[in-house]
Design a protein around this ligand. Structure first.
Ligand code: COA
Ligand code: ZN
Length: 311
């Protein structure tokens, strides 16, 4: 089984969509440059959603126009409907990521559609993308737990996955939007889906709300999954899912993977620099759990240096 893991950075979309401070297009591109310098090669760059629903993403076309295309990076754009698809393709996207939650209430709150309507829209957009020669990534959000309806029955997820796969989706993203998942349930979902579609067609998207992000990742890794979304500094959260805090931090994910012998192509010093850029742009103190360890190391080094100087 391959040791290579694709870390798909979603900080520019899932991370920034919820930020109260407006981050200008150049700021987003500055974060991206730092991520690319760290070795990131897979990025969800923005979303083509209603600017009334998510003002932070109103500059989606400008972000796409500014993406560096000469660094071997794959970019995707999140789209909620046909209009979003047309805007994304018009801006130069080659991969679209479709939004769909596993419960009725979450779809109503997020995209103003019932579950059945959302399934219909996703199928139509996936079919169109495939007809027109683009890649379609299909999110199944709140796949484990919904902030409005509680735990989600796995059969609901399997049914949605089957419909998206039949429509031609290239990838199914099992997404724990609220961070309410547990490893037993995530393992069951991935084991079953991997048997049906192969592990290469699947990826994981976890939030660290209850500190479960890495453990859920590990459960999925053991099922052969080799692609995960994460967000620099742990930025993020869905604005329409109450209580959903930041995504699993890219630096926590990369640290665990690199230490365990997986190849990510991403190095920690570069990610730490990218966190600094993201902090400047958002005005927030960022950083996953690994950052407190780096900070305590730095404090110890400093204390050692000053006691040596005093001797
Ligand atoms: N991009 C930009 N504008 C869009 C759009 C899109 N993808 N889809 C619809 N619109 C516009 C319509 O043109 C219309 O504009 P008008 O008022 O100027 O005529 C307006 O939005 C309402 O259109 P409608 O189809 O009735 O949409 P809605 O109000 O039911 O909203 C969504 C549906 C999907 C557009 C909206 O809920 C949305 O963008 N949600 C995204 C939420 C999100 O990003 N969540 C986090 C990521 S999972
Ligand atoms: Zn998310």
């Amino acid at each position: 089984m391959s040791n290579k893991v694709i870390v798909n950075e979603v900080g520019l979309r899932d991370g920034l969509q919820n930020q109260p401070k407006h981050v200008p297009t150049e700021g987003k591109l500055a974060i991206l440059d730092a991520l690319i310098a760290a070795g990131v090669r897979s990025v969800e760059a923005t979303s083509f959603v209603s600017p009334k629903a998510v003002p932070q993403m109103a500059d989606a076309a400008d972000v796409f126009a500014g993406l560096p295309l000469d660094k071997g990076v794959s970019y995707e754009a999140l789209v909620p409907n046909e209009k979003g698809y047309e805007r994304a393709i018009g801006a130069g996207a080659k991969t679209v990521a479709l939004v769909l939650a596993a419960t009725d209430t979450m779809n109503r709150k997020n995209i103003n559609m019932t579950l059945d309507e959302a399934i219909g829209v996703n199928i139509a957009v996936i079919k169109r993308a495939k007809r027109e020669g683009y890649r379609a990534r299909s999110y199944i959000s709140t796949a484990v737990h919904c902030p409005f309806e509680g735990y989600v029955a796995p059969e609901v997820v399997f049914d949605i996955a089957a419909k998206m796969a039949d429509a031609g989706a290239d990838e199914l993203v099992v997404s724990d939007t609220t961070g309410g998942g547990n490893p037993a349930q995530v393992k069951f979902l991935f084991e079953t889906l991997a048997k049906r579609y192969g592990a290469d067609m699947l990826s994981g998207h976890f939030h660290d709300t209850r500190g479960m992000g890495l453990v859920l990742t590990w459960a999925a890794l053991e099922c052969g999954i080799r692609k995960f979304d994460s967000s620099i500094g742990g930025l993020g959260g869905c604005p329409f899912a109450p209580g959903a805090s930041g995504n699993l931090a890219t630096e926590d994910l990369v640290f665990m993977l690199n230490e365990s012998g997986f190849e990510t192509g991403i190095e920690m010093d570069g990610l730490r620099a990218a966190i600094g850029v993201a902090e400047t742009q958002t005005g927030l103190k960022l950083g996953g759990r690994i950052m407190s360890w780096y900070e305590s190391q730095a404090r110890r080094e400093k204390a050692k240096a000053s006691s040596a100087a005093a001797e």
